[in-house]
Every structure is written in C-alpha cells, then in structure tokens.
Design a protein around this ligand. Structure first.
Ligand SMILES: Cc1cc2nc3c(=O)[nH]c(=O)nc-3n(C[C@H](O)[C@H](O)[C@H](O)COP(=O)(O)O)c2cc1C
Length: 178
C-alpha cells in the first residue's frame, strides 16, 4: 500500500487546504492496525506553529475517536476524491461504538512506515504527531454566534499535531508507470 504513495514535504502540498478540509472532508484516524477508529471531520486548520508545520483537529468529547486520540501519540488525516463520499458519510454519521469501522468493506486500512493507520484509497495522508491539546472554553468566546454551535455544551477538544509525514498518491499512466 505504502508503495502507492510518495513522501512529499508539507510545503509541496498543492491542494487548497480550505477545499481539502472544508469541502472534501477528511477521515481522522488513530490507533493501532488491530485497534483503530476513524471519523469524518470538516473542521480543522493547517499552518505553522512553534517553527513546525502543524494541523489542528477539533474533536467533540462524545466521539468514539476521541478516546483513540487521547490514547495515542499520533493520528492521521486522510483526504479522498469524491468517489469515497459514501464512506465519509458513513464514518460521519455512525459511531465506532455502534459498528466496527475497521471492517468497512469499501476502504482499505494499511500501516505506514511510522506505524500509523491510514487508508489506501486516500489521495493525501498527513501523519501527525500530537504536540498539544486544549479544550474550547466558552468564557473566551468573543461573539455569541459561536456559543450557538454548542447547545449541548460539548465543546471540542483541539489537538495540535506536527505534520511529520505527507503521503501523496502516485499517479500511474495507462501503462502502469508513474
Ligand atoms: C461532514 C462532517 C464533518 C464532521 N466534522 C466533525 C468535526 O470536525 N469534529 C467532530 O467532532 N465531529 C465531526 N463530525 C461528526 C463525526 O464524524 C460523527 O459524529 C462520527 O459518527 C463520530 O464517529 P465516532 O463516534 O466513531 O468517532 C462530522 C461529521 C460530518 C458528516
């Protein structure tokens, strides 16, 4: 699986990050090959902090994926073409508490060289090393419209991860070369 990807630097990611996260969505995945969970996310950020390329993922505490992020030092962000939208909808509406997401047929997990779980169908994978977490605190909201997003007061925990690896899908031509 890993042979279908090339390693690139974060600064060579060509896709628009607003489209990747906000429109394409992503699967946030954490855990070990024999015990992982993933969920769809469309909120997140990418940039530079502490002299490192970083992402920020926002996970509500009731998500099954939350425990996996808590218990692991790494997580992956996986981005797909539109043909995977059904899987993203499934992973965004059903919890790993109610189904074993490791057994979803239309998606193929694999272990990266760093020991992280990612997906063969992804066009882009970010391998992220957890650097920091914090919880959204309502007392710091500056505008009321944000509080409206949390009627259940289930404020996201944010995880800042160093982008330690970027895997980009190889492009093959019709002869199987790349
Ligand atoms: C398009 C989309 C985007 C989502 N973005 C987020 C997000 O950024 N953070 C979050 O906590 N949940 C988000 N969710 C909700 C979770 O994906 C959903 O609750 C999922 O079933 C959680 O799975 P889990 O319980 O197995 O972790 C999103 C759902 C969809 C459909």
């Amino acid at each position: 699986m890993v042979e279908n990807f090339i390693q690139i630097k974060p600064e060579n990611i060509e896709d628009n990050i607003f489209k990747l996260i906000g429109t394409d969505w992503m699967l946030v995945c954490a855990g070990a090959p024999n015990n992982f969970n993933m969920m769809t996310a469309s909120w997140g950020c990418a940039g530079v902090l502490w002299r490192k390329p970083v992402v920020v993922s926002f996970i509500r505490p009731q998500r099954h994926t939350f425990a996996y992020l808590e218990n692991n030092g790494w997580f992956t962000l996986n981005f797909f073409d539109d043909e995977m939208r059904d899987v993203l909808n499934l992973c965004g509406t059903v919890s790993g508490r109610d189904m074993n997401k490791m057994e979803i047929e239309d998606i193929t997990p694999f272990e990266t060289d760093r020991g992280n779980v990612a997906f063969a169908e992804a066009k882009l994978i970010l391998e992220c090393r957890k650097l920091y977490y914090d919880d959204i605190k309502p007392e710091f909201f500056q505008v009321f419209e944000i509080e409206m997003i949390y009627p259940a007061k289930d404020y996201h925990r944010l995880y800042i991860g160093e982008i330690a690896g970027v895997l980009k899908k190889r492009k093959y031509d019709s002869f199987g070369a790349f």
